[in-house]
Design a protein around this ligand. Structure first.
Ligand code: C2E
Ligand code: MG
Ligand code: MG
Ligand code: MG
Length: 281
C-alpha cells in the first residue's frame, strides 16, 4: 500500500513539474515577441527630496500579456535573463524611459534599473549614449540603478564600466542596498551618486531596533563620503518621521506615491511641482 501511494505521489509531483516547465517555456516563447507586440509599458514611481520636492521618477517595467494579464518584473525579468530575451527588453526600457523623461521639467530625473546581463554587456555605454542622443535627454538627468551583485562579480571590470558610464555624465545609484554582500567600502571603490536602502530595512523601522541601527549606520557612512541616501518602500508616517530624523535625503514608497503610468503624474513631471497630492498615492 505504501509503495502504491508513493507512486501516486510521484506522479502528482511529476505532473506538477511538467506543468511548471511547460508554463515557463510558454513564457520564454511569448517574451521573445513581447517588445515587438507592444506588450511592455513603463510605470513611474516618484522620488521625493526630504524638503518635499519631487526630484524624479523610477521607471518600472510591466508586461501586459494578452492571456495572463499583468505580469510583474519579478516574474518575467528572471525568465528573460535566463532565456536571452532580456537584451531587447533592456534596450526598449532605456530608450522609452529617456524618451518619456525628455518631455519633463528640466530638473526632473529618471531612474532606470540596469539588469545584471545589461551591466555585463560590452555595448552598455554605447546603448546609453544612443538613448541619450535619440531622446535628447541631458545625461545628468539619467540615473542608472545597479545592484551590489554586479559590482562584486568582477570588481575591476565593474569599475571600468562605471567609469565609462560616469564619463558620459550619467548618475549611478546602488539599488537594494543591504540585501547582498553589502559593504560600505563600495563608497570608496566605486563612483556612486546615491545609495538606495532596501525596502526590507525600511519596512521594519519603528518596530525593530536592529534595522534602525543599520539605517543609521548606512546614512552616517554614506554622508561621510558625501553620498546621498534614498530610502525605498516608505509606507507609513512613522517610517517617514524616523527617516527624516535620521537625515535620510530622499524618499520613495507608497506613502509618497505608487508606480503609475506617466499620464497620472504628468502635472508633476512637467511642472517640477512641490509636495505630491495625497490623491496620487
Ligand atoms: P526595485 O528596483 O527595488 O524597485 C522597487 C520595487 O518596490 C518596485 O516593484 C516597486 O513597485 C516596489 N515598491 C515601491 N514602493 C513600495 C512600497 O512602499 N511598498 C512595497 N511593498 N513595494 C514598493 P516592481 O515594480 O514589482 O519591481 C520589482 C523589481 O523588478 C525592481 O526592484 C527591479 O529590480 C526590477 N525591475 C523593475 N523594472 C525593471 C526594468 O525595467 N529593468 C530591470 N532590469 N529590472 C526592473
Ligand atoms: Mg530600482
Ligand atoms: Mg530598489
Ligand atoms: Mg528593492
Amino acid at each position: 500500500r505504501a509503495k502504491h501511494e508513493g507512486r501516486g505521489l510521484t506522479r502528482i509531483f511529476t505532473n506538477a513539474m511538467d506543468r511548471q516547465l511547460r508554463d515557463r517555456r510558454a513564457m520564454e516563447h511569448d517574451l521573445r515577441s513581447a517588445v515587438d507586440n507592444g506588450e511592455l509599458y513603463l510605470e513611474y514611481q516618484p522620488q521625493r527630496h526630504r524638503d518635499g520636492k519631487i526630484t524624479g521618477f523610477e521607471a518600472l517595467v510591466r508586461w501586459q500579456h494578452p492571456l495572463r494579464g499583468l505580469v510583474t518584473p519579478g516574474e518575467f525579468i528572471p525568465v528573460a535573463e535566463d532565456s536571452g530575451s532580456i537584451a531587447k527588453i533592456d534596450e526598449w526600457v532605456l530608450m522609452e524611459a529617456c524618451r518619456q523623461a525628455s518631455s519633463w521639467d528640466e530638473t526632473m530625473r529618471i531612474a532606470v534599473n540596469v539588469s545584471a546581463a545589461q551591466f555585463r554587456r560590452e555595448n552598455l555605454e554605447q546603448q546609453v549614449r544612443t538613448a541619450l542622443r535619440e531622446s535628447g535627454l541631458p545625461p545628468s538627468r539619467l540615473e542608472l540603478e545597479i545592484t551590489e551583485g554586479v559590482l562584486i562579480e568582477d570588481i575591476s571590470r565593474a569599475s571600468q564600466t562605471l567609469k565609462s558610464l560616469k564619463s558620459l555624465g550619467v548618475m549611478i545609484a546602488l539599488d537594494d542596498f543591504g540585501t547582498g554582500y553589502s559593504s560600505l567600502s563600495y563608497l570608496q571603490a566605486f563612483p556612486l551618486d546615491r545609495i538606495k536602502i532596501d525596502r526590507s530595512f525600511v519596512m521594519s523601522l519603528g518596530s525593530n531596533a536592529p534595522s534602525l541601527a543599520i539605517v543609521r549606520a548606512v546614512i552616517g557612512l554614506a554622508h561621510g563620503f558625501n553620498v546621498p541616501v534614498l530610502a525605498e518602500g516608505v509606507e507609513t508616517n512613522e517610517q517617514l518621521s524616523i527617516l527624516m530624523r535620521e537625515r535620510c535625503d530622499d524618499l520613495q514608497g507608497y506613502l509618497i506615491g505608487r508606480p503609475h503610468k506617466a499620464e497620472l503624474y504628468a502635472e508633476y513631471m512637467k511642472a517640477g511641482a512641490g509636495p505630491l497630492l495625497k490623491t496620487a498615492s
